[in-house]
Structure formats: C-alpha cells, structure tokens
Design a protein around this ligand. Structure first.
Ligand code: AKB
Length: 321
C-alpha cells in the first residue's frame, strides 16, 4: 500500500452541504491549489470558485473523473457526491447510480492509480427497523428499508473490500444529521434540523415534516469537518474499522430543538405535519454508540445542543436580520 504524502485532493460533491465546507477547510490546511473542488450541475459559490480550482464532473461518467484526476495529479479523494435519503426514495435508480456506480468508478480509478487514500461517507441510514434504536452499537444488524440505506451498506462493504482485496486505503464515517449554516442540505430526512433555524430567523415560524417526538443523532458542521479530516489523517495501523465508523455528538427530538431555539427567540412558533420522511426517520436510530471512533482515532465532539443552537442563531442572525 502506498504511503505517499498527500499531494493533490479531489472533492466530489463540493457544492453540497458538507463538501462545500470540507473543501474550504482542506484548502486552508493543504493549500488552495492542492484541493480540486468538483460538482455536477449546481453553480459553485464565489467563495469556492475564487479560492481554488473548480471543475464540473459526473462521477457516474468515468471519463469525466479520469480527466480531472490525470490533469490535477490527484492522489486523495473525498467522494462527497451522493443522493440523500428523501430524494433517494423519490428517485431510487438515480440514487443507486450515483451512490453505487459512481462510487465504483471512484474506487476503480483510485485502485488503478494506487492512490494514497479515499474517503467514502456512510450514514446512520445503514441501520433499519430491526437494529437496536438506542445507543446503536458499532457492529450490529444492517437491514435498511430505504434505497439510500441500501447503497450506503453496499458502499461500506465495497470500501472494506477494496481495502482488503487491493490494499486501497478507504475510510468512512456513518454521518448522523449534519447541521450547518453555509450551504443548505439537499434532499435528506434530517434537513428539518437545518431548515428550522433559517425559518426561525427569517419568519419566526416553521412547519416541521417529522413529529415533535422524533429523535435522531445529529452533529454540528465544525465537528463533522474535524472528524472527517481527523479520520483521514489517522495512522492506518490504529484502525480496526475502516469504512463504517459510527459518529455522533448529540441526539435530540424535534420538540427539544424547538424549545432550545425558543430560549433565544421566544415568539418562534413550530407546527408539526409529518410526511413520507417520518417513516424514514422512524427506521433510524435515536442515538448511536461511537466508542469505536473514540478509541481508534480519538474522536471527541465539541458541540452539544445548546452551544450548536447559539452558534447557528448567531451566524444566521448576522446574515439575515
Ligand atoms: C439524510 O437525512 O439523508 C442524511 C443522512 C442522515 O445521511 N442527512
């Protein structure tokens, strides 16, 4: 397995919620010109465009990836391009194509070029109704009932297969819902936990698409970015798991989030009108056990519900009020 120092990083899905902030942090750490941001269709922000290279690619079309990998001499990939759970239920074939065929292209290109490292995000969506829902163990039943979950289980297995079979260093995290204020999430079940902040600041009201008592594992973006890069920088010899680390920093119900926001905006009003995403949320864990990540690579989150809420409202307040 090659252990070269990182030279040039490719971020797919760099226009998305996590990809956009991950790209900026990677550029800060490794140098702007060392991190190639890519997207499929969405126009990149000025921040992304002005701080380093950007190209349009489609991970389901292998040539488009190979072209930029060759041109920029890429040796590390963060494959953040994905179709999330809610859109995945509306467009299951697209979800399979991007999350599996696209990932296969990425892994093959990395294998052929003996790349240094590949990051393949997974999700709490790998779990299903038969998995214990509280303090969900690291190694447990993986029988998801969404197409997104099915692709994420396959992605974890595929990554572990490439590690064992081809010595390709593939790593991944099971992301919980990610809360952030730079780029809106697109098409996930946990999106309500972001939308609620924007609506609280802009309109003082929100209609939530899951029930008040729905509880899910969540994480604030600064912890998500730190965790992602920390895992990628950890000495391989310390890792027992590779593509499937449980990771969390807090769990709260939609109602608890509403109450926390109300401490800052007392006249905020939240209604609950569950839609098809309720069934998805009900099939996922309420809280997860991330002790493997803590033990193997020192994971330790900084934000909890009160500190995340304060920071979100502060940032959005400055922008919109
Ligand atoms: C989604 O809701 O689909 C994502 C996830 C938890 O992976 N945010």
């Amino acid at each position: 397995m090659s252990r070269k120092k990182t030279k040039r990083i490719l971020v797919t899905g760099a226009v998305g919620q996590i990809g956009s902030e991950l790209t900026m942090e990677l550029r800060k750490r490794y140098g702007n010109d060392k991190v190639l941001a890519t997207g499929r269709k969405t126009k990149p922000s000025k921040m992304l465009l002005n701080s380093g290279p950007f190209e349009f690619i489609d991970i389901t079309i292998r040539d488009t990836v190979e072209k930029v990998v060759n041109e920029y001499d890429i040796d590390t990939i963060y494959n953040m391009a994905a179709i999330l759970s809610a859109v995945g239920e509306e467009k299951p074939l697209l979800c399979w194509n991007v999350n599996i065929n696209g990932l296969y292209n990425i892994l093959e290109i990395a294998r052929e070029r003996e790349m240094n490292r590949v990051f393949v995000p997974s999700s709490i969506a790998v779990f299903g109704p038969e998995t214990p829902r509280d303090n969900t163990p690291q190694d447990t039943v993986l029988k998801p009932t969404t197409m997104y979950g099915v692709t994420k289980v396959c992605g974890e297995l595929l990554g572990d297969y490439y590690f064992k079979r081809f010595n390709l260093d593939v790593r991944g995290i099971r992301y919980p819902g990610i809360i952030s204020n730079e780029t809106l999430p697109g098409g996930g079940t946990t999106d309500y936990a972001v939308e609620i902040f924007y609506e609280a600041i802009k309109n003082r009201k929100y209609t939530c698409f899951v029930k008040k008592e729905t509880m899910l594992p969540m994480m604030y973006m600064p912890d998500c970015i730190k965790g992602t890069i920390d895992l990628m920088e950890t000495d391989l010899l310390k890792l027992k798991h590779h593509c499937n680390f449980n990771l969390t920093s807090m769990s709260f119900s939609a109602g608890e989030l509403e109450s926390e926001i109300k401490k800052h905006i007392p006249n905020f009003n939240c209604e609950y009108k569950p839609d098809f995403r309720q069934d998805i949320a009900d099939s996922w864990p309420r809280s997860i056990d991330d002790s493997a990540a803590r033990e193997e690579w020192g994971w330790k989150p900084e934000y909890d519900l009160p500190t995340m809420t304060e920071d979100m409202l502060d940032n959005l307040g400055k922008r919109y009020e």
